[in-house]
Ligand binder design. Structure first.
Ligand code: BEZ
Length: 211
């Protein structure tokens, strides 16, 4: 059965570069990003893991934990982690799951057999503090992901969760937001006493709510 947005993120125990973890316990009450990459000692993965390490402080500010995954052996990771620091200027400061038996990859559908029956594709799962899946994406091995976009999605999801606003096309932090349709006009008057712009009754635009 394939996972869908809104499903509970399956729990698992796994070996990682920082020891064994129980995934749900590791998440605690944070948000989490679980992302797979195909293989250690490959060029695109090297850039991705280094960039994620540089973004970690931004994820920390937002109470988001990050964890990578590949089907490589733990002992293969150590030299590669040194290479990442040397070539990307960031030391990998988050755990990597060593999914050698492909248990987690299978649970999350990270192996797409018609692309490769042995390696994971590039997947990303954003998981909320309720342990439900909020975003899923899959990229081919040859295309490095845009992790700034993942940070942007986190900002959008957290605004929706705290303030019941959605974010329009190409929204950036600080841009105007949209009151979600589930909020009635009467409820919106309480939540947004300054009012909203409404080019159509179903489009209600407000400044980005403050934290
Ligand atoms: C890479 O990370 O560069 C890569 C990995 C697997 C297939 C193609 C590229």
């Amino acid at each position: 059965m394939s996972l869908k947005i809104g499903d509970q993120a399956p729990n698992f125990k796994a070996k990682t570069t920082v020891g064994e973890i129980d995934f749900h316990q590791w998440i605690e009450n944070s948000w989490a990003i679980l992302f797979s990459h195909p293989k250690s000692f490959t060029p695109v993965c090297t850039t991705e893991l280094g960039y994620m390490a540089g973004l970690k402080k931004e994820f920390d500010k937002r109470n988001v934990k990050i964890i990578g995954l590949s089907v490589d052996q733990p002992e293969d990771q150590n030299q590669w982690l040194k290479d990442i620091e040397e070539t990307q200027g960031n030391s990998v400061n988050y755990p990597l799951i060593c999914d050698t038996d492909k248990k987690v990859s299978d649970l999350y559908g990270m192996i797409h057999p018609n692309a490769s029956d042995t390696l994971t594709v590039r997947t990303v799962f954003i998981i909320g503090p309720d342990k439900n899946i909020k975003l899923m994406l899959s990229y081919p091995a040859s295309t490095g992901r845009n992790f700034d976009e993942i940070l942007r999605v986190i900002d959008s999801l957290q605004l929706t969760s705290k303030h019941q606003v959605a974010t329009p096309v190409n929204w950036k932090k600080g841009d105007k937001c949209i009151i979600i349709p589930a909020v009635s006009d009467d409820e919106a008057k309480d939540k947004f006493p300054e009012g909203w712009d409404s080019p159509k009754p179903y489009i209600r635009i407000v400044p980005q709510p403050k934290d």
